[in-house]
Structure formats: structure tokens, C-alpha cells
Design a protein around this ligand. Structure first.
Ligand code: PMP
Length: 354
């Protein structure tokens, strides 16, 4: 730390992204990226946009925003497009949390929520998940706080039904409820349909997972025009040109190719179920994941040990050091041959241990 850093950031402990190793080629199952390349249309449009890179992009992101709104059954005023969904999450913490509106979220969830709270000097409370990692939604009724819930949750992959999401939103009419749907496209019902009914609901989604665009950084939030207006105030006070030309064009391309996205999601869901069946045969236990990753543990081998052994054999998965998580591995669903390599390697490692 330099002697110039503001005191307000001295104790900030930043989010640790999953490893992006540049040294050797791994089977990379650690950051929930898609194993499939972006749609050919997305690639083509991005390449065309690159030739106009000397010009600033449209700060309103109008064409893409309109297209997203249309797909969500909403209006232009209900959508804000951001640089990954991380950016809209930060906007929401900035816009809707303060001393009178602390943040609350589960104790086990996306690790960026406490970082956004600390970055913005917002008090926050973490509500413990039940022993089986499910959320007791009634604990969120009348919360008197701004609520952040990932659905499906990370890193467990466990999803709440829409009726339970709606009950949280309905029971907090005077507080904002943000539902983070980064992994919604792999088998969970979206809360987008509730937006016309509730002025306190924000739904965020990303192009990083189901749409194979993690490297382009594109996400969005959907909400009432008033909530979107508030977050636009933050956007235009920080980075009006938050979406670059190439990403904007790629986003349009991928949305013109919904069939490609749907097919890839189905493939990932099938591969997820296959992988779970095979890992259960090897003695693993798993949560009921509806995401493009699984969350598993084995009685005879610790999470850290398995993570390290897999890495030494060229397979990267995610391990978290937190007490309730340290026995587990979070494994992204890759291509079928990558998952077969994982299953074969784990079978070999666990050999005598089953
Ligand atoms: N929400 C959750 C639950 C996530 O796991 C992630 C991915 N790390 C994000 C949001 C943010 O993803 P992105 O910024 O790539 O849209």
C-alpha cells in the first residue's frame, strides 16, 4: 500500500477472481465460462465494429437496450446495460444502500457482495443459509434493508422457485430487492415477468455464461423506469461509455441467434446431469445445481487436496477456503470430453479411497 492511499480504502479486501493462468493449458473448469465459442453472428458483428473503434460508442446503448427490452417483454426505460453484471451490482449497492438501507444477503453467496458493500462503506448483514445450503426465504420478509439474492445461488447452484422470489419482493414493499440471475438460463425460472408488477424489484443478468461472452463484459439490469433512472445517474457520474463498440455489436449478434444460446444451454444441462451421475458413482455428494457448475464433496478426500491434485494434473476447479465450503469443489460444466477427463482423473485419484 502506498502512503497516498485514502484511509477509506486502507482496510478494503478486494474480490479474488478465479485463476486465469497464462503459464500452461489447463482444462479450465474454475470460472463458469462457457465451453462454446460466441455465436458466429456475435463474432462477425464485433469484427465489423472494430473498424469504427476511433469513435466513442453510443452512451445510451440504444439498439442493444431495445433488443434486450424486447426479449424481456419490457421497454427501453426498464433496462440498463453494463460492463458485465458486476457493474450493475455495484451501481445498485451505490444507489440503494446506505446507513438507513443496509444490505443483506446470505452468508454463502457471490463473494463480490460484501466487497461492494465495503467499497461503498455500506453496513451489511449476512443471513446464514440452512445446513443444507437452502435459503429460508421468510427470514427476508420485512427485512428493512436492501436485499441481494443470487438465483440460482453461487457457489451452490441451488435455485428458488419464482413463487418464493415473489414472496420476498411482496414482503418488502419499501425496500429494493435485487435478484442476480447470472445463472438463470440453465434451468431456473426468471423473475423478469414480475417487473411490471413491483416497483422495488431489480433483476440482473449476464452475457458471460449462457451467451459465451465473458471476455467481452456485458450484463444488464431490468427494473421499473425509476430504479433504472437512479442507476443511470450513477452510470453517467462514473463511466457514460461503459459498453465498448465491439461488445455492443457482439451483444446484438448473439441476441439475433437465440437458438444457438438455447441449444448450448440444453447441452450444458445434459452434461451437468451426466457429470453428477458419474461423480455420484465415485462417492461424491452434490447440491441440486441448476447452474452451469456443480458443487460437490467427497467423504474420503478434502476439497483443498482434490483441488491441488487436479491442478497438478492439468484440471482447474474452484476451491473456497471458507469454513462451510472448504470440503467442497465448485466445478464448471465444460464440454463433454473435458468432463470425461475430469471424471477419469478423479476416478484415478480416488482409486483406493472409495
Ligand atoms: N453474479 C454471480 C452470482 C456470479 O457468479 C458472477 C460471475 N462471477 C457475476 C454475477 C458477474 O458476472 P459478470 O460480471 O461476468 O456478468
Amino acid at each position: 500500500m502506498s502512503r497516498f492511499l485514502s484511509k477509506k480504502y486502507a482496510a478494503l479486501s478486494p474480490y479474488t477472481p478465479g485463476e486465469q493462468p497464462q503459464d500452461m493449458k489447463y482444462i479450465k473448469l474454475n470460472t463458469n465460462e462457457s465451453p462454446f465459442p460466441p455465436s458466429p453472428k456475435a463474432q462477425k458483428y464485433a469484427a465489423e465494429a472494430a473498424s469504427r473503434m476511433q469513435l466513442y460508442p453510443d452512451p445510451e446503448c440504444r439498439e442493444l437496450t431495445e433488443k434486450i427490452a424486447q426479449l424481456c417483454g419490457l421497454e427501453f426505460e426498464n433496462i440498463l446495460v453494463t460492463n458485465g453484471s458486476d457493474e450493475i451490482l455495484n451501481f445498485a449497492f451505490m444507489a440503494f444502500c446506505d446507513d438507513e438501507h443496509p444490505a443483506i444477503f446470505p452468508d454463502i453467496t457471490y463473494g463480490f457482495y460484501p466487497v461492494f458493500a465495503e467499497l461503498n462503506n455500506i453496513p451489511y448483514k449476512e443471513l446464514p443459509l440452512r445446513e443444507d445450503f437452502t435459503i429460508d426465504t421468510s427470514e427476508y420478509y420485512g427485512a428493512g434493508a436492501t436485499i441481494f439474492i443470487a438465483n440460482p445461488n453461487a457457489p451452490t447452484g441451488i435455485a428458488l422457485p419464482l413463487s418464493e422470489i415473489e414472496a420476498i419482493v411482496r414482503n418488502n414493499p419499501d425496500n429494493v430487492v435485487l435478484i442476480d440471475e447470472a445463472y438463470v438460463d440453465f434451468g431456473t425460472e426468471s423473475a423478469l415477468s414480475l417487473i411490471p408488477k413491483y416497483d422495488n424489484l431489480i433483476v440482473t443478468q449476464t452475457f458471460s455464461k449462457s451467451r459465451s461472452m465473458a471476455g467481452a463484459r456485458l450484463g444488464f439490469g431490468a427494473a421499473s423506469a425509476a430504479l433504472i433512472g437512479d442507476m443511470n445517474t450513477i452510470k453517467y457520474s462514473t463511466n457514460p461509455y461503459n459498453i465498448n463498440r465491439m461488445t455492443m455489436a457482439a451483444g446484438l449478434g448473439v441476441l439475433e441467434d437465440e437458438e444457438y444460446t438455447r441449444r448450448n444451454c440444453k447441452t450444458i444441462e445434459k452434461t451437468r446431469e451426466y457429470t453428477l451421475r458419474e461423480l455420484e458413482k465415485l462417492g461424491f455428494e452434490a447440491t441440486a445445481s441448476k447452474a452451469n457448475f456443480i458443487f460437490v464433496r467427497h467423504n474420503a478426500a478434502g476439497g483443498e487436496e482434490l483441488y491441488k491434485t487436479l491442478k497438478s494434473r492439468g484440471i482447474l476447479v474452484r476451491h473456497f477456503g471458507k469454513p462451510r465450503l472448504c470440503d467442497y469443489l465448485r466445478i464448471t460444466i465444460g464440454a463433454q470430453d473435458e468432463m470425461q477427463a475430469l471424471i477419469d482423473t478423479l476416478s484415478d485419484i480416488l482409486g483406493g479411497k472409495q
